[in-house]
Design a protein around this ligand. Structure first.
Ligand SMILES: NC(=O)C1=CN([C@@H]2O[C@H](COP(=O)(O)OP(=O)(O)OC[C@H]3O[C@@H](n4cnc5c(N)ncnc54)[C@H](O)[C@@H]3O)[C@@H](O)[C@H]2O)[C@H](O)CC1
Ligand code: K
Length: 506
């Protein structure tokens, strides 16, 4: 029953952003390049295309250049082949006519990496704006421009600048000009804020949507609102799934061993939960259950590893064995089908008191959470009735609920995934909402599936991200079933739809 010893995954830190309703102000918080890409993708799913965002970015840049340039001044635009360069092309289009603008593309136009940047390059050609490619460092002699717009490298940079970008950065620094950088000074790593041996020394940086690492505390940085809707951050969306890409070098065990402690009065719940964990990409799923139901649980799916203890339900005397087994697993899901007998709840309390890993807590087990003494990281998945039983808020309006759930999560020091028409996910710091799912999912067992997906996700990422993705995927799976066949779904129908919900939208 023991799984192979594997390397523990490092869990990425929670991304810092807070829940705001209605605010459109740039917030002065820092966003990583990976989170920015996720938000960008979420915006596209909300019908705000990246090309629209690029237009806003270019407009903001042009305004910044006009602030430092007098009419008729010469402005040289240095553009790399990614979207950072694309932003600079748009800026050049806005600036043309007011200033003397000339664009230098670092490479052949055919090698521009994105369609939207290529389209904006073509727009410069069509408008006969002075725009030419430069292929070597010699042709990078910039002359004597008043302003250099640095669109060489942005958040898509990997490693230190290579040629010809490297020479372009040197040329920008050598020019006796005011240098305005697009999004980040080229040569700065937008994920860490680290500066390469060669990097643009900007006089001014116009960064988009939120500060990037390395830019906080600088007084030469402007944050431009580029029209990303608030909903792209608030609501879980397809961008959140981008982090599910797998490294081709991945090993068995890298995606988690999930242990479901469940069953007793019910048999289907732990089986559904563990199967959902597998469908959500966990490498191994174990069910720890009473021996009276072990054969029944195994009968649901041969992929499950069923480990049993004596009797018909969980009791305190079973806890030591479970703790020993849990030490070898990445995540425990505790609750599905356990029932609410007093001695079962005592056992849950004892288990959590002795456990130090990550536990997803669902169903009857939720009752013990408010007064349990534990060092474990808890992700609790109550519906609104269960939340009220835990002492949490009960309000109809989801936005009000979100704010109160965040407070309650902070008070309990847990991550909450509160199920509803709009699920609310919060660890007290980061709060998200999910609107996938449908009324067909009120059928029994869908919560067990959700808990299993959450368990799988929590073995590879921060709890709040895990819960957000799980809520989204569970709801999307339910939507797929209902779209195809109408209401009357079974929770087991969701299982086969979990993989396309997680990996199909790419
Ligand atoms: N939502 C938004 O924030 C928006 C941001 N926009 C801008 O897009 C860039 C990021 O664009 P991306 O295409 O992902 O990457 P870059 O332009 O930064 O660079 C990719 C480009 O550079 C090459 N490259 C990578 N590393 C190196 C290196 N070390 N040396 C040389 N060349 C390198 C790579 O091969 C590509 O060709 C973001 O910063 C914003 O400016 C959009 O406007 C949309 C909205
Ligand atoms: K740049």
């Amino acid at each position: 029953m023991r799984a192979d010893a594997g390397t523990r995954r490092s869990v990425p830190p929670a991304v810092a952003f807070t829940f705001r309703v209605g605010s459109r102000e740039p917030r002065g918080v820092t966003i990583t390049a990976a989170r920015m890409a996720a938000v960008d993708r979420n915006a596209a799913a909300l019908d705000v295309s990246t090309k629209q965002l690029m237009e806003s970015s270019g407009h903001a840049l042009a305004r910044a250049v006009r602030d430092v340039a007098a009419p008729g001044d010469s402005v040289t635009v240095l553009a790399g082949r990614g979207n950072n360069g694309g932003d600079a092309f748009v800026a050049a289009r806005f600036l043309d006519g007011d200033v003397d603008v000339s664009v230098r593309l670092l490479g052949r136009p055919e090698t521009i990496t994105t369609e939207i940047a290529r389209e904006n390059w073509a727009a410069l050609q069509s408008a006969e704006i002075d725009a030419e490619r430069v292929l070597d460092s010699k042709s990078l002699a910039l002359g004597d421009p008043d302003v250099v717009l640095d669109g060489v490298l942005g958040t898509g940079v990997t490693g230190a600048p290579r040629e010809p970008e490297r020479s372009a950065i040197v040329a920008a620094n050598e020019a006796d000009a005011t240098v305005v950088s697009v999004d980040v000074p080229s040569g700065m790593d937008a994920d860490t804020g680290e500066v390469a041996d060669v990097a643009v020394e900007a006089d001014r940086v116009v960064t988009f949507h939120d500060l990037k690492p390395g830019l906080d505390g600088r007084d030469d940085v402007t944050v431009a609102d580029i029209g990303i809707p608030e909903a792209a951050e608030t609501f879980v969306g397809p961008g959140d799934l981008l982090s599910l890409e797998r490294d081709p070098q991945a090993h068995k065990g890298d995606f988690g061993r999930v242990m479901v402690i469940g069953g007793g009065p019910y048999t289907g719940a732990p089986a559904l939960c563990a199967q959902a964990a597998l469908r959500a990409g966990a490498d191994l799923a174990y069910v720890a259950c009473p021996d009276a139901i072990a054969d029944t649980v195994q009968g649901y799916a041969e992929d499950l590893i069923v480990e049993s203890y004596e009797g018909e339900r969980l009791r305190p005397r079973d806890v030591d064995v479970l703790l020993a087994a849990a030490a070898d697993r990445d995540v425990v899901v505790i609750g599905p089908g356990l029932g609410g007998a007093d001695d079962t709840l005592d056992a849950v309390r004892d288990f959590l008191a002795g456990y130090e890993g990550t536990a997803v807590v669902d169903a009857d087990a939720l009752q013990v959470v408010p007064d349990v003494d534990t060092d474990a990281t808890l992700v609790c998945t109550p519906h609104q009735g269960e939340l009220a039983t835990m002492g949490g808020p009960r309000v109809d309006d989801w936005e009000e609920r979100a704010a109160l759930v965040a407070e309650f999560a902070a008070e309990l020091d847990v991550t909450l995934l509160v199920k509803g028409a709009y699920d609310v996910i919060s660890d007290g710091d980061v709060t998200r909402a999910n609107r996938t799912g449908n009324p067909g999912m009120t059928v029994g067992g869908t919560g067990d599936v959700l808990a299993g997906i959450t368990g799988a996700m929590a073995s590879t990422r921060a709890p709040v991200q895990a819960a957000a993705i799980a809520a989204y995927a569970n709801g999307s799976a339910g939507d797929a079933v209902v779209d195809e066949r109408g209401y009357g779904l079974l929770a087991s129908d969701l299982l086969g739809e979990i993989p396309p919900a997680l990996w199909g939208e790419r």
